[in-house]
Design a protein around this ligand. Structure first.
Ligand SMILES: [Zn+2]
Length: 269
């Protein structure tokens, strides 16, 4: 039996340009999850790490249509922090976001993709229901919801950099044998030079064979490489191919991956 196909996107850092991504997702009737770090530095529109973050009214507007997940309090890589400091970043970031939105937050995203078993455990203990990583070239449901992988970074990477990234990720997780699962998506990606062709090939693969296509990116990065027209055309292609019921948030991916009997609502109003 063919596995169902699911399409999701995610956008990190809570930059004010996230609203422009949201407009494109809305235009094409697609879903996405936005991961927003916490507090704004006193008197400014940046978080203490120097990243611009959207003001609360914009965050609430975004949250009225899309899932919002946490990205720590100060956008800190957690794997190098003392355990208490990492816990504080996770718990206080969740509380801050829930206060802004007035609703529970189910999703978490590891800043810079950095995580380890201890960090994943902290995210689970803190009441989140899943954690998204930056481990790419996956096209299936997550085996562990606290290590939710992605398929493709929205960035026109050179083929040699895709190959280097694939090897780097395997070396980071030595002995975990991820490459057999990643290899088919990697081959489909690395054999196409042009980002648009690469994106279409990966979407087509999932539509034909089932599985998950999960594109992630940063709105500030799209702006930096002038990729708005490319994003518009990629999302238009996905909207032509992906049926309405397969367009989901990251939380719905986590939910679809939960063993039967353990599925519970992730997005309470
Ligand atoms: Zn980030």
């Amino acid at each position: 039996m063919k596995r169902p196909a699911l399409f999701t996107t995610s956008w990190d850092d809570g930059h004010p340009l996230d609203l422009r991504v949201a407009d494109l997702l809305h235009k094409h009737g697609l879903q996405g999850t936005f991961y927003v770090p916490g507090r704004v530095a006193p008197g400014g529109s940046c978080n203490p790490d120097g990243f611009a973050v959207m003001p609360t009214p914009a965050l609430r507007r975004l949250g009225a249509e899309f899932e919002i997940g946490s990205h720590t309090l100060d956008h800190r890589s957690l794997d190098g922090l003392p355990i208490d400091a990492a816990r504080h970043q996770i718990v206080a970031g969740k509380r801050w976001l829930e206060d802004q939105l007035g609703r529970p937050v189910a999703g978490f995203c590891y800043p810079n993709g950095h995580h380890n078993a201890a960090v994943c455990g902290l995210v689970r203990e803190s009441g989140f229901q899943y954690g998204r990583t930056t481990e790419d070239m996956h096209a299936g449901l997550p085996a562990d919801p606290f290590r939710m992988p992605v398929s493709l970074h929205f960035y026109p990477r050179r083929r040699v950099d895709i190959a280097r990234g694939f090897v780097r990720e395997e070396r980071r997780r030595l002995g975990e044998w991820r490459w057999p699962r990643r290899l088919p998506t990697f081959l489909a990606a690395v054999t196409r030079d042009d980002f648009g062709a690469r994106f279409r090939a990966l979407v087509d693969r999932v539509c034909e064979r089932g599985g998950v296509f999960h594109m992630w990116g940063h709105s500030w990065e799209v702006d930096r490489f002038n990729g708005w027209a490319l994003l518009d055309s990629a999302l238009r292609y996905a909207a032509e191919r992906v049926p309405a019921e397969a367009r989901v948030s990251n939380a719905e991916i986590a939910r679809a991956a939960a063993p039967s009997g353990q599925i519970r609502p992730l997005m309470e109003a």
